[in-house]
Each structure stands twice: as structure tokens, then as C-alpha cells.
Design a protein around this ligand. Structure first.
Ligand code: XMP
Ligand code: MG
Length: 181
């Protein structure tokens, strides 16, 4: 871990700060939704760690599922194409779906996944994103629950990867440019 931490130029949010914010989001979600009807859905693989921590802090009855989507590959710029590789298996019809994402960047992934989930005919569909990149986007998507805003930089950790690495770091940080250039 120490050695991977030295690949970071800067830590934006340490583990404790992330945990605290997730507890606040979970409290809000537990108040806003009805017991038993909530389904959290995240996007593999970046959202897994956030989903696991958020779900365990939500106090009402709920379930979760995952969808597969891929857009980045080994590079730090979005390829612009989002492929759905796995659909949900838990029934969503008539239920309250909360799409849990690691980061709202270009928004392409969220657009595609949101459209996919809408086809399952949920009673409601909202989005919770741990990170929101402050950058221009051609079409904004409303995000109901936001963990943190970040500048337009490439970040890793807490589920987010560079070439599938760094996902297990308990903080979110900016990767040193020399690692990917
Ligand atoms: P967008 O919003 O551009 O994001 O469709 C698609 C997915 O790409 C990943 N992503 C990142 N991963 N650092 C990462 O490690 C980043 O700064 C970053 N921006 C986007 C992420 O998985 C997102 O769901
Ligand atoms: Mg992702």
C-alpha cells in the first residue's frame, strides 16, 4: 500500500473523510426512502467499494445489484463509447432504484446506464455519485446525492482505477502524471 500511495501526487479525500461523508449520505437516503422498496444499483467495477460501504450504513431494508459497463480501458481519457456488459438480475419494476456511481465525469456512462434501468420500469430512479467532476458537459444529468465535488483531474482510489490498479486504496487521490504519460 505504501508503495502505491507514493504514486499519488496528492490525496483529495482520506479514508476517514470518505467514511464520514458516506454515513451522512446513508442517513439522508434512509430518511428519504420507504422500507423494503429501495434497490441500490452500481456499475462494475468502480462503484463496488462505494456500494458496499453505503449499503452497510443504510438503516432501512433494501437490496442491491450490479450492472456491467465499460468505457475507459487502460487510458485516462474516456473513449466515448459505453458498452453494457451485464444487466441487473433483481426485479426493479415498481421499486425505488438508486443508481450508485463512483464518479460523474463526462456523464456518458450514467446516461447509458440510466436508460438501461429505466427500461425495467422502476417507480423512481435517482442517482447517487461519490464524486462529481466540475467540468463542462454537453448534457447535465441531475444527481440527487453527491459525495464530493472535485476539479477536472484524473483520480484513483476507493474503487477508481488506472489500468485496473489503485481500486483498493481507501482514499481518493490524484495520480502522478509520470505514471500514465
Ligand atoms: P464517464 O462519466 O466519463 O465516466 O462516462 C465513466 C467511468 O470512467 C471512470 N472514470 C474515472 N476513473 N479516474 C478513474 O479512475 C477518473 O478520474 C475517472 N473519470 C471517470 C469511472 O469508472 C466512470 O464510471
Ligand atoms: Mg466506473
Amino acid at each position: 500500500m505504501t508503495d502505491m500511495m507514493s504514486d499519488l501526487e496528492k490525496v483529495l479525500f482520506d479514508g476517514e473523510t470518505i467514511n464520514q461523508r458516506i454515513a451522512e449520505l446513508a442517513d439522508e437516503i434512509s430518511r428519504d426512502y420507504t422500507d423494503g422498496e429501495l434497490v441500490l444499483v452500481t456499475v462494475l467495477r468502480g462503484g463496488l467499494i462505494f456500494l458496499a460501504d453505503l449499503s452497510r450504513r443504510i438503516s432501512i431494508r433494501h437490496t442491491f445489484d450490479v450492472v456491467g459497463a465499460t468505457s475507459y480501458g487502460p487510458h485516462v481519457e474516456s473513449s466515448g463509447q459505453v458498452l453494457i456488459t451485464k444487466d441487473v438480475e433483481v426485479p426493479l419494476q415498481g421499486r425505488d432504484v438508486l443508481l450508485v456511481e463512483d464518479i460523474y465525469d463526462t456523464g456518458r456512462t450514467l446516461h447509458v446506464v440510466r436508460d438501461l434501468l429505466q427500461v425495467h420500469d422502476p417507480r423512481s430512479l435517482e442517482i447517487c455519485s461519490l464524486l462529481v467532476k466540475d467540468r463542462p458537459r454537453s448534457q447535465e444529468i441531475p444527481i440527487k446525492y453527491i459525495g464530493f465535488h472535485i476539479p477536472n483531474v484524473f483520480v484513483v482510489g476507493y474503487g477508481l482505477d488506472y489500468d485496473e490498479q489503485y481500486r483498493h486504496l481507501n482514499c481518493v487521490g490524484v495520480l502522478k502524471k509520470e505514471i500514465y504519460s
